[in-house]
Design a protein around this ligand. Structure first.
Ligand code: SGN
Ligand code: CA
Length: 513
């Protein structure tokens, strides 16, 4: 009898010890958040003290990239650790096949409590989650509709705050005997950039500097960079700039939706009308002035374009202030509940974004601003504070990393690598030296042709295969990617090497012809 008791105590202790050593995981992803709009990366545009905590107390990755710079495909890569041609989600229109392996399913099987809260956008119902509360479609900034564990519920308030309320609610009500894995996904700062009431107008007096490439003439890239529809000058005056139309007035610009037949009617009013009377009053208290200024100054040409840029930056960055505040709420919660030490906290975005570079907003291209994604990870038990990492990491690596830290076997067919190797040095010497990208969403908004390509430390080769155009950039000499040297004879050898690398990497990732 005594023996049995001792044995059960021993087993119980062993079991509970095991439970305690497995880390919790909080994966925070915002939508369209450029690195340059996080002060840990670049302090010149905005101060994000809470997001920066993750860099200061953990690691900042300087070379983190997505496989495909568009929302839903990026989310499918997160879940599966595989490229879109393998997981089946190549563009926003494809429906994600939920009957495939995902890392939340594996963690759930291994005894984790799993949840996803916020933007989802994968069209099929979330699977592998004990709790899910996801935004309908793209989600709205105000008064959002959520699908939650089978019900459809509408809430009043600001979506960034509401998503975080739900996150804290989940943490409070969780099963404390299990480790948890929580995907916490913001809608902000996605278009059409509506700040929280408390932040409206806070950047009104700041004059944001124009990026050096704002007036890019697209020379040597005429059919690609020069043929898109994502220029700031074509942003909607209604929906994007929040100008109310006068009777009979129509949108003059494509707004980047040339191929999608936006009807040109009062696009801001549709969104504005979904606000409550008190939200409207707050919007009016600031945007009435913007409207008056727009009408009285009657700008055109470059002046109008630069005015749009300022308005865009103001609203975009104000949305990020709310994201940052809410991350502060979460980090405080982790401190107060003594969860910080044993929780891996990741901050990233579904891709990068243009903040005026090349004259653009949006993403899609394999050029640096949209190909890259911000990535900060804090895990006091495994990562030294203040670490800077310059290796090529990808959103492919999230799934294997989380499985690795949770002690779950990484399935053979996962295409990413565990980032844990970078901090514990095993296998670090053999880390990848080049990365592969593939964008498929054409025809679609913003008119960016399909392309794939390879990047290494010095060069980038891009193939727009439907229009038979190649681009080669010398990233050391031309980091802004303004000069395509594909047909430059002095690069003939480099071109050959990169073409070989392109063939190899496509083979490695099993890209079908
Ligand atoms: C919407 C936006 C586009 C954006 C896509 C994809 N237009 O269509 O500007 O590129 O989403 O974004 S909007 O007028 O509806 O805001 S993604 O992040 O979901 O991939
Ligand atoms: Ca996005």
């Amino acid at each position: 009898m005594k023996k049995i008791i001792i044995l059960s105590i021993a087993l119980f202790t062993l079991f509970s010890c095991q439970r305690e050593t497995r880390p919790n995981i909080i994966f925070i992803m915002s939508d369209d958040h450029a690195e340059k709009a996080i002060s840990a990366y670049d302090p010149s545009l905005i101060h994000t003290p809470n997001i920066d905590r993750l860099a200061n107390e953990g690691v900042r990755f300087n070379n983190s990239y997505v496989t495909n710079s568009i929302c839903a495909p990026s989310r499918a890569v997160l879940l599966t650790g595989k490229y879109g041609h393998i997981n089946g989600k190549r563009d926003n229109r494809d429906v994600f096949n939920p009957n495939q392996m995902t890392f939340p399913k594996l963690l759930q099987e291994a005894g984790y409590q799993t949840a996803v809260i916020g933007k989802w956008h994968l069209k099929s119902t979330p699977e592998g989650f004990d709790n899910w509360r996801v935004l309908r479609g793209q989600g709205r900034y105000y008064n959002p509709v959520f699908y939650e564990n089978g019900d459809t519920v509408k809430y009043e308030g600001y979506t960034t705050d509401i998503i975080t309320d739900f996150v804290l609610e989940f943490l409070d009500g969780r099963d404390k005997d299990k480790p948890f894995c929580l995907l916490y996904h913001h809608k902000a700062p996605h278009r059409n950039w509506m700040p929280a009431e408390r932040h409206i107008g806070m950047f009104k007096d700041i004059k944001f500097p124009l990026p050096e490439t704002f007036y890019d003439d697209y020379k040597t890239r005429e059919k690609t960079a020069g043929a898109q529809d994502m220029e700031i000058k074509n942003m909607y005056s209604g929906y994007d700039m929040k100008i109310h139309f006068l009777p009979g007035e129509r949108e003059e610009n494509s707004g980047g939706g040339r191929s999608m037949n936006w009807d040109g009617t009062d696009s801001w009013n549709n969104v504005y009308n979904a606000l409550t009377p008190s939200q409207k009053a707050t919007f009016d208290s600031y945007y009435d002035g913007v409207n008056a200024n727009y009408r009285s100054s009657n700008l055109s040409g470059k002046e109008l374009e630069e005015w749009k840029y300022q308005r865009y930056m103001e609203d975009y960055l104000e949305c990020i202030v709310s994201v940052d505040e809410n991350i502060g709420r979460l980090l405080d919660y982790l401190d107060e509940h003594k969860l910080a030490k044993n929780t891996i906290v990741v901050y990233t975005s579904d891709q990068g974004f243009y903040l005026g570079e090349h004259g653009w907003f949006d993403k899609r291209f394999m050029y640096e601003e949209s190909f890259s994604m911000p990535l900060l990870i804090r895990y006091p038990k495994g990562i030294k504070s203040g670490t800077i990492n310059n290796d090529f990491v990808m959103n492919l690596d999230f799934a294997p990393t989380f499985l690795d830290y949770a002690g779950v076997d990484i399935p053979e067919d996962i295409q990413g690598e565990s980032l844990r190797d970078l901090f514990e040095n095993k296998g670090h010497e053999e880390w990848r030296e080049s990365i592969y990208y593939h964008f498929y969403a054409y025809p679609a908004w913003h008119d960016v042709p399909k392309h794939d390509g390879v990047r290494n430390a010095n060069y980038k080769l891009i193939h727009y295969y439907d229009i038979a155009v190649w681009e080669l950039f010398d990233l050391q000499k031309d980091p802004a990617e303004l000069k395509n040297v594909f047909n430059d004879q002095s690069y003939a050898n480099i071109r050959k090497e990169m073409e070989e690398e392109y063939r190899e990497i496509r083979k490695k990732y099993k890209v079908d012809e």
